[in-house]
Write a protein that binds this ligand. Structure first.
Ligand code: BGC
Length: 736
């Protein structure tokens, strides 16, 4: 063994000897007095040190370069508060030991990381999970992700991402809950509860950090990091609400976004951070910048130099700086020169220390560091959870003549994604694509008689396969074609101007459809793709998004009918790129287009309809759900909708029933439909049940012209619906 190996072995032995006694939950007063006492002993330099997060493994994509030996020096000086993106337990232990044993006050580091949709076991992309319209599904995914990651040294995850998104060209729609703020707020709560379990001292949980605060999803043209412009009313009505939900659910941290709001980058925007988040929302955790976003305010041309960045950021209320070093480099000087009050630093430092104390790092700084984290990875229970979550995330968009489920049919399987293991999607944590069950493997696991011939790469036909495909199709009952985009094509910095399905794949679909057998399209994508050209060639379509480790099993079980698809779209699908942005709750114009009376000089395109190709809330099931005896009544808490729902089929199934409201008039323009209620209703084959959904009085409110959140006492139509444009029944009410 060489020296390094001996050292590593020694550290592993120390990690094996870490005692993992239960840690008591802390009361607010315990936290207060602990932090007060500790801060009483700290120098200004040490306090500033707590405000800096850096990385250790050279993973910086932009910003200051650093080498890991620099971290050793800084940690010993107490000049680093937390580490980003580490997963190597030996390194983590070594740095933590340095912080605890070789600094004056022994303050532990915390370890932040991006655990976005699974850590080692890949859960579906967040946009896919959102299509379940199900808090339990999201809760389950985040609980299991937290279990794996919390045994891998990680203290905090940079999740959930709750940006409201309307532009599928933006690569990061894949991390989001889609276009609706009501749904995203409910899911934000579920993520936070799932990760944190209301028990941060547990060895199985992660602290959550909600991001990106705020309105990042509005990046112009969908181009990454692009500029944003919106009114304060829109901000409050759509963009702030999921953050408020996360704060109310007890989220420990908030990450700022890269964009500007009202001309000022979010990271140094005092209105957003100090007035709204810490003031109005009473957020008492800490605010962290995004990766070098504070330093980037110089490129935004709103800070003169790094010293100016530090002054503006701390004044605005930013507590923890990720990767940029303006706090480390200038805060002490700014205080000494009397340019800022030390109390600003005290407040930020106290927030970080409270967090560290609350999660039990002062009780056991090594609490999450394990000698062999892989013992906790990919456990059968976790894979089962991933399978369930994946099943709940698949959206069926078409099923002509009930081609699906397959029921013993002989299948020819084609397409670039048919036997692809890379189906985790962006931000895959430490997943290994080789663990992923491909569609082909899934079909084989479920004993489907399948013959696989690739037929096309993403952008190129494999001409030599065409004859083989034809022979196979002649001998099959049905063709399954797995198409879409490669997993790396969405995610951060993967904006695309062209989100149509590549021509080679459309061409293959056309050729195969001419062979005369029904074709089932399975679309893998991190975003809504333009389906307009290819849709006609398919009898049935499942939108798979990227489903993660259990992808192939979830799809196969759905194809054969063991799982009945239930998810519905959380983002509208455009007809063409020129229709973007298209979203269900857009405002009317003064000249709305009326299909039944298509007058000229109306707000309409000449070449495509105004409606999206697939609307928000749309999705099919093998079951046919029938609604009867629908009543709407005014009750004390709001409007109660009651209905009988029948599963008219031989399949057990789940329907996502939705409720929208429409204000008849108001002091500001409001959409025709605003989602204000939904319910996942599972029914056995042919079962009927009486169900109810309540729209709460407060949910009729809207920010009016004076920015007051009010119903304005106007008339509202309440609508029971299957999707945002499939309304079953409606009734009018006056809401005070
Ligand atoms: C992303 C964040 C992420 C951070 C740390 C940034 O580039 O915008 O979402 O949490 O990196 O990895």
């Amino acid at each position: 063994m060489n020296d390094t190996n001996i050292k590593t072995e020694q550290i592993l032995e120390e990690i094996r000897n870490v005692k993992r006694n239960p840690i008591n939950k802390k009361t607010d007063s315990e936290i207060e007095s602990f932090v007060k006492d500790l801060m009483g002993k700290m120098t200004l330099e040490e306090k500033v040190g707590q405000l800096y997060q850096t990385s250790h493994d050279g993973s910086a994509v932009s910003g200051p370069s650093f080498d890991s030996s620099r971290n050793n020096i800084l940690i010993k000086q107490g000049a680093i508060g937390s580490m980003l993106g580490m997963i190597n337990q030996v390194d983590m232990f070594r740095l933590q030991k340095m912080a605890v044993e070789e600094t004056r006050l022994g303050i532990p580091l915390f370890f932040g990381n991006d655990v976005i949709h699974g850590h080692r076991t890949g859960f579906p992309q967040n946009i896919a999970m959102a299509c379940s319209f199900d808090e339990d599904t999201v809760y389950k995914a985040s609980k299991y992700s937290a279990f794996e990651a919390s045994h891998c040294g990680i203290t905090m995850t940079y999740s959930p991402m709750v940006d409201i998104v309307r532009d599928p060209r933006w690569g990061r729609v894949t991390e989001s809950n889609g276009e609706d703020t009501f749904l995203s707020s409910n899911l934000a709560r579920a993520y936070v509860k799932g990760y944190q379990q209301d028990d941060l001292t547990s060895y199985d949980t992660l602290a959550a950090c909600v991001k990106h605060y705020v309105a990042y999803g509005l990046a112009e043209g969908g181009r990454e990091y692009n500029t944003v412009d919106l009114s304060e009313r829109m901000l409050r009505e759509h963009y702030l609400k999921p953050f408020k939900a996360a704060v109310d659910a007890g989220v420990e941290s908030v990450m700022t976004s890269f964009n500007i709001y009202n001309g000022v980058p979010a990271t140094i925007n005092k209105f957003l951070l100090r007035d709204v988040l810490k003031g109005e929302m009473k957020f008492d955790g800490f605010i962290i910048s995004d990766y070098t976003s504070s330093g980037e305010t110089i490129a935004h041309k709103v800070a003169k130099d790094e010293k100016d960045v530090a002054r503006k950021s701390i004044t605005a209320g930013l507590d923890h700086e990720m990767m940029s070093t303006t706090y480390s480099d200038y805060l002490v000087e700014l205080v000494r020169d009397g340019e800022i009050e030390e109390s600003l630093i005290d407040d930020s430092c106290a927030r970080i220390l409270k967090f560290k104390y609350k999660v039990g790092l002062f009780d056991n700084p090594y609490k999450n560091i394990y000698p062999n984290p892989s013992e906790f990875f990919l456990l059968e229970e976790t894979r089962q959870a991933a399978l369930e979550v994946s099943k709940n995330s698949i959206v069926m968009l078409k099923n002509e003549m009930n081609v699906l489920p397959l029921k013993g049919k002989k299948v020819t399987l084609v397409g670039p994604l048919a036997n692809e293991t890379k189906v985790i999607g962006a931000w895959g944590g430490i997943t290994d694509h080789l663990d992923c069950v491909t569609l082909l493997q899934g079909l084989q696991n479920y004993d489907v008689d399948v013959n696989y011939i690739k037929g096309a790469e993403y952008f190129e036909l494999i001409n030599s396969d065409l004859e083989l495909i034809e022979q196979s199709v002649n001998d099959s009952d049905v063709v399954i074609m797995a198409i879409g985009e490669e997993q790396w094509m969405s995610g951060e910095c993967n904006a695309r101007a062209d989100i149509t399905i590549p021509e080679a794949q459309v061409e293959l679909a056309r050729k195969i459809s001419e062979m005369g057998k029904p074709v089932v399209g399975i679309v893998f994508a991190g975003r809504p793709l333009i389906m307009t050209d290819i849709e006609q060639y398919f009898s049935s379509i499942l939108y798979a998004w990227f489903l993660g480790t259990e992808s192939g099993n979830a799809l196969a079980s759905t194809l054969i009918g063991e799982n009945n698809p239930s998810a519905k779209l959380v983002m509208s699908f455009p007809h063409s790129i020129g229709q973007i942005p298209v979203y269900y709750n857009a405002l009317n114009t003064g000249r709305p287009f009326i299909k039944e009376n298509p007058e000229p000089y109306r707000s309409v395109y000449r070449d495509i309809p105004n409606e999206p190709f697939y609307e928000f809330g749309y999705g099919l099931s093998y079951s046919d759900f029938k609604y009867d005896n629908i009543t709407f009544s005014k009750v004390e808490d709001g409007i109660l909708i009651e209905f009988d729902i029948t599963n008219k089929s031989e399949f057990d199934g789940t329907e996502i029933t939705q409720v929208y409201i429409e204000a008849m008039w108001f002091s500001v323009s409001r959409p025709n439909n605003e989602l204000k209620g939904y319910k996942r209703i599972s029914l056995l084959a042919n079962e009927t049940r009486r169900e109810q959904i309540l729209v709460k009085n407060d949910d009729f409110k809207h920010y009016n012209a004076e920015l007051v959140n009010t119903t304005e006492g106007v008339d509202y139509i309440v609508k029971l619906a299957k999707s945002s444009s499939n309304i079953i029944k409606k009734e009018k009410f006056n809401i005070k």
